[in-house]
Every structure is written in C-alpha cells, then in structure tokens.
Design a protein. Structure first.
Length: 117
C-alpha cells in the first residue's frame, strides 16, 4: 500500500547550513538511487518559512511518497543513511529534559494517500 511520510526536523540556526550541505552530499544521491529503483515515488526537503516559529532554529519538512513500508524501512536501515544520521544528530536543536540536554526528536507522520492530482 502506498505511503506518504512527513517529517519535521529542527536544527540550530548556526548548524543549519552544515545540515543542508551534508543532506545534499549524502542523502540526495541515495534518494536518486532509490527513485531509480522504484523505491521512492517522490522525495522533497523544504525549509519551513513560517514566521511564527521559535527563533534560533531552522525547521525543515521532509515529504516522501513511497510504494510502502518495506521501502521506508529499507531506506531507514541503509548504512549510508545511518552514517548521515550520526553526523547530523549533534547539529539538531536541543532541549533539556530532566536536567539532560538532548536533541529535539523529529515529528513523524505516516499516512495512506487518498487523493492526488
């Protein structure tokens, strides 16, 4: 069953350019490879430009359409993608919880497409 995934990421303003550079260099080739193999129907990274967002951070929206959960899981477990995550996790915005500073977790929504034009 087709899958539509939306993920909201938050990075510190001072690390956002490094995130974008790493994404272009390491994830874009993977996206192209997966698309060529028919494992991605569409993949888009957008910088969120709403004016009511918290200052000091930069927000991004990942918007993916995939044939199904197996392709999603395959990508998430790809060693090249896991290597990328290790590099960018320290760049994410942080919050303090219980006296411990930790990266803000991405917000993830997975849906089944109903209509498309």
């Amino acid at each position: 069953m087709p899958q539509h995934t939306v993920i909201i990421l938050r990075f510190r303003e001072e690390t956002a350019a490094e995130f974008e550079h790493l994404f272009e260099a390491e994830v874009m080739p993977l996206w192209r490879e997966y698309q060529e193999k028919g494992k991605f129907q569409r993949a888009l990274l957008s910088r969120i430009v709403e004016d009511h967002l918290e200052e000091g951070g930069r927000y991004y929206m990942l918007d993916l359409e995939l044939p199904g959960m197996p392709e999603h899981e395959e990508f998430d477990e790809d060693p090249r993608f896991l290597s990328f995550l290790k590099k960018v996790r320290p760049l994410q915005a942080h919050e303090v919880e219980g006296g411990v500073r930790k990266p803000v977790e991405p917000a993830v929504w997975i849906g089944e497409p109903l209509f498309r034009v």
